[in-house]
Design a protein around this ligand. Structure first.
Ligand SMILES: [Zn+2]
Length: 152
């Protein structure tokens, strides 16, 4: 009679993680994949971990998921001033008018400025300030308050 070693009843996944184990995880503080101590887990998945580098505790983020996230960081689509100006000029209406702060402008108005050249109103900051795209960049220009129709 040769007694066999006790067999494990439940089939366990190859790398079962226990509380207190060390796992690789993404640390938001270190902004890197570091070794973490498992503080809590659900099933085989660690839920709460402690960074061994900075001692911060946070949710478990798998290194794979972290990699995918950093790959899709989008940069703000900022156009260089001359391209912004060219795009704005395409949408400009009518002929360029000499800039006059006594005039009022709307988005799309073409302006000819004595020092900045030709530009297009791209935004209205207030009733008296308009934002104009010139080849050299965006300038804020004063303008007259648009006359509203008065009754009587
Ligand atoms: Zn850390």
């Amino acid at each position: 009679m040769s007694p066999k070693a006790a067999k494990k009843a439940a089939p366990t996944p190859p790398r079962s993680i226990q509380v207190g184990d060390e796992v690789e995880a993404k640390c938001g503080k270190c902004k890197d994949i570091t070794t973490h101590l498992v503080l809590a887990k659900i099933g085989w998945k660690p839920t709460r971990v402690e960074c061994k580098v900075c001692s911060a505790t946070h949710e478990f983020r798998s290194p794979q998921a972290a990699k995918r996230k950093t790959a899709t960081t989008r940069s703000a689509p900022t156009l260089p001033p001359e391209e912004h100006w060219q795009a704005a000029m395409k949408h400009a209406k009518g002929n360029a008018r000499a800039y006059d702060r006594e005039e009022s402008y709307v988005i799309g108005s073409r302006i000819r400025h004595p020092s900045f050249g030709e530009g297009v109103v791209t935004d209205l900051c207030s009733t008296t300030v308009c934002e104009v795209a010139f080849e050299s960049g965006i300038k804020k220009l004063l303008m007259a308050t648009r006359r509203t129709a008065h009754a009587g």
